[in-house]
Design a protein around this ligand. Structure first.
Ligand code: ATR
Length: 273
């Protein structure tokens, strides 16, 4: 029997998740159906419950429902718990189990696909919202030399650092407090300026071997990436690999089979200039 999955969001038409999961299913011979469901903004929980009642096995969750997905769950796994948000649900034995694979997707992309081990490197996350929060613990677990969060609203960066203090040291800065340090890996986790300006960052945060990582995908050379290139950053990447890697984690969690991500990333990548 075909097992049903879907991604819930609003809007959802742009989602690449159906394409990714269908490619994984074809590659691994898994019998699944995967749809995109636009839940009403005030109707996420009933939409998921109806999906569960229809016999579905799991779901991905995207903007703006990641916090509600976390709240809806009967059980929360570690990364969802630490992010306070869920991007993946599994329905089993009448229960909804929540996990968050965004951070694992990010780290897998950086380490396995981009061949840039985090251990002993200095890492700066720009932004302190949900996207940044999901990245902190998986990055800390890779034992960087330093991990810092910089945010326009400095207090939010400090709150985030305090929240994760029991897992390891996280430094916190306002964007205007960044000083002269250059970082090996700079990750843009803000929603700033996909079209206009990016976050205001000093050029000195990049050195010539820095990897500049834009979490957004498919937008080409964003203001953040352009600024990184002008500042001499060695490598520029967008979040297409993170997207496919988090999907692979979800697929493996649901189906017990790990798909190959390389061909799917290649099919979805767009040039950065
Ligand atoms: P997400 O879930 O995508 O992280 P969010 O929780 O709304 O979204 O967080 C948005 C992040 O982008 C925040 O860190 C925000 O900074 P503030 O906390 O100061 O609001 C950051 N952001 C949004 N617009 C920005 C801008 N123009 N310059 C710098 N940072 C910006």
């Amino acid at each position: 029997m075909t097992d049903r999955y879907a991604v819930f969001g609003n809007p959802i038409a742009h989602s690449k998740s159906p394409q990714i999961h269908r490619a994984f299913a074809e590659q691994t011979g898994q019998d699944i159906a995967y749809d995109a469901i636009e839940a009403p903004k005030d109707g996420f929980a009933p939409a998921v419950r109806a999906f569960v009642a229809g016999g579905a096995r799991g779901a991905n969750v995207t903007v703006p429902f990641k916090l509600e997905a976390f709240a809806l769950a009967d059980e929360r796994r570690l990364q969802a718990e630490s992010a306070g948000a869920a991007n993946c649900l599994k329905f089993e034995h009448g229960r909804i189990v929540a996990e968050n694979f965004d951070g694992a997707g990010l780290v897998n992309d950086i380490e396995r696909n981009l061949h840039y081990p985090v251990a002993d490197r200095t890492v700066l996350i720009v932004g302190a919202g949900g996207a940044a929060r999901g990245a902190v613990l998986p990055l800390l677990q890779r034992r960087p030399a330093r991990l810092a969060v910089a945010n326009r609203t400095a207090d939010k960066a400090r709150e985030l650092a305090t929240f994760f203090a029991r897992h390891g040291q996280v430094e916190a800065f306002g964007l205007d407090e960044l000083g002269a340090d250059a970082w090996d890996l700079v990750i843009n986790a803000t929603s700033a300026g996909l079209h206009g300006r990016g976050p205001r960052l000093p050029a000195s945060i990049f050195h010539d071997a820095s990897l500049a990582y834009e979490m957004v995908y498919g937008k080409g050379l964003t203001p953040f990436l352009r600024a990184a290139r002008l500042a001499g950053a060695h490598r520029l990447c967008d979040g297409v690999g993170m997207l496919v890697e988090q999907a692979a984690e979800a697929f493996a969690w649901w189906r017990g089979v790990r798909p190959l991500t390389g061909p799917v990333i290649a099919a979805l990548s767009v040039p950065l200039d």
